[in-house]
Ligand binder design. Structure first.
Ligand code: SAH
Ligand code: SF4
Ligand code: F3S
Length: 446
């Protein structure tokens, strides 16, 4: 039996693509393995959103190519994902033993690509490259693939690829190409198929889900898609990511009034609380607009929990700008956030602002302060839940404790409680006993 090992870095898009790679290579008789050492094909699905994740590729490749060099059997090593798209031939030049480099749009062709790159001779290398972007029709065809996520309580479903925005810090439009929406009929087919296999929670994914379908005449809008997914029997919960504050319209806010399956958690990346910085990032909304969205969402769904992304130390960010971000964190009281120091990305327009670069130690100090405040807010919010009973969709065994299961509330809180595995896939009432920074502890209410 031939074996394939895939290491995944980056976002849900990559997780989804890795699922496709496993499913497709499975058709050629490849078995998935968790151990790189006994794989015949080693693939690393990469992320280049910031410098740090990009660096992970290079240490990983060092290990993978060492296996290829020392084993007596042929081992094929491939780089996929966003760094593959961004660097292309440069990667093949830098690593002469590397067999295959393919971008996100080439995932549907992974069978042919691996076949072309494989050799019968140990240590031989042919070097194959595929970084073509697919057009709309070809992509629609490619999306019919089975993502292979059956047997899970929750599943991701891609609704669009690429991004048409030009946020000045961001590499994604370069690595994923222009925004292409997948046909909603096809999305609904996939959702039905997943629900039939027992999937209860559907997470619709795209870089800018709110602009879904707008470029295609007659296509459902994102809000209409939410209503349609909600009508699929078996689906109990709907989540989606990522939303852009500029494109979040009244129809989606209305959906929070109409659709109980739509969960009470929204990840709405704000990036900064300062209008000046938001302008330089080309986000096309301001603080006031963002706060008004928050009000409308909470009005439509009183228990709405919000999370966000922040970038600290964007070029030109002053102490005052940063204080605006700190005050926004308090004003919205985000219950969690991802925060990053600005990282320079090749070819992005923010590089032109670098004359105003923020000193690394200043950016670091801002990051630490923001994260400290976020922890305080998260803990306070989680502690205040003690004694409340919440509906929990049980996902599986707890990673740490025997006899304990974990699941999520509608508000996306991870909660652990004593229980047995027959609860997996069921929604049960759980009373919160204690709140921690990132999770809750509870007790099943029989
Ligand atoms: N499409 C999503 C974000 C995708 S990237 C959106 O528009 O919100 C995920 C997060 O990574 C972004 O929200 C941003 O906070 C962060 N990020 C992107 N590029 C970055 C960079 N160059 N430096 C630091 N953080 C970055
Ligand atoms: Fe990047 Fe902006 Fe597109 Fe998000 S919306 S992927 S941050 S360019
Ligand atoms: Fe990373 Fe590419 Fe996703 S850069 S965050 S893997 S779209």
């Amino acid at each position: 039996m031939k074996k394939v090992f895939v290491q995944t870095f980056g976002c849900q898009m990559n997780v989804y693509d890795t699922g496709k790679i496993h499913a497709l290579l499975g058709k050629d008789g490849f078995e998935s393995t968790d151990s790189m050492n006994d794989a015949d094909v080693i693939i690393v699905n990469t992320c280049s959103i910031r410098e740090k994740p990009e660096l992970k590729l290079h240490s990983f490749l060092g290990d993978a190519l060492k296996i290829k060099r020392t084993e007596d059997r042929p081992v094929t090593v491939a780089v996929a994902g966003c760094v593959a798209q961004q660097e292309g031939q440069k990667l093949l030049n830098r690593y002469r033993e590397l067999d295959l480099v393919f971008g996100p749009d080439a995932v549907p062709r992974v069978r042919e690509l691996v076949d072309a790159a494989r050799s019968d001779v140990p240590r031989a290398t042919k070097q194959v490259l595929d970084t073509e972007f697919l057009d709309l029709e070809t992509y629609a065809f490619a999306s019919e693939l089975d993502p292979g996520s059956t047997g899970q309580v929750g599943a991701f479903v891609t609704i669009q690829k690429g991004c048409d925005n030009k946020c000045t810090f961001c590499i994604v439009p370069t690595t994923r190409g222009p925004e292409v929406s997948r046909s909603s009929d096809q999305i609904l087919e996939e959702v039905k198929g997943l629900a039939d296999t027992g999937v209860r929670e559907i997470t619709l994914i795209g870089q800018n889900v709110n602009s879904y379908g707008l470029k295609v005449a007659g296509e459902r809008t994102f809000a209409q898609l939410l209503y349609a997914v909600s009508d699929v029997p078996g689906v109990e919960r709907i989540r989606y990511t990522t939303s852009h504050p500029r494109d979040m319209g009244p129809d989606v806010i209305q959906a929070y009034r109409d659709l109980p399956k739509l969960t009470s958690h929204l990840h709405l990346p704000v990036q900064s609380g300062s209008d000046r910085v938001l302008r330089r990032m080309k986000r096309f909304y301001n603080r006031e607009h963002y706060l008004s969205l928050v009000d409308q969402l909470r009005d439509a769904r009183p228990d709405m929990v919000l999370s966000t992304d922040f970038i600290l130390g964007f070029p030109g960010e002053t102490d005052e700008d940063f204080e605006q971000t700190m005050s926004l964190l308090d004003e919205v009281a985000f219950e969690s956030s991802f925060s990053f120091k600005y990282s320079q990305r090749p070819g992005t327009s923010a590089l032109r602002l670098l004359k105003d670069e923020v000193a690394p130690d200043v950016a670091q100090a801002r990051l630490v302060r923001l994260q400290q405040r976020q922890r305080e807010i998260s803990i306070a919010a989680h502690e205040s839940l003690s004694g409340q009973t919440m509906d929990v969709l049980v996902e599986g065994p707890s990673r740490y404790d025997e006899g304990v299961v974990c699941g999520r509330t509608s508000t996306f809180k991870m909660i652990n409680f004593p229980g047995t595995l027959d609860l997996v896939g069921k929604t049960v009432p759980v009373s919160v006993i204690r709140g921690f920074t990132n999770s809750l502890r509870g007790e099943w209410v029989h």
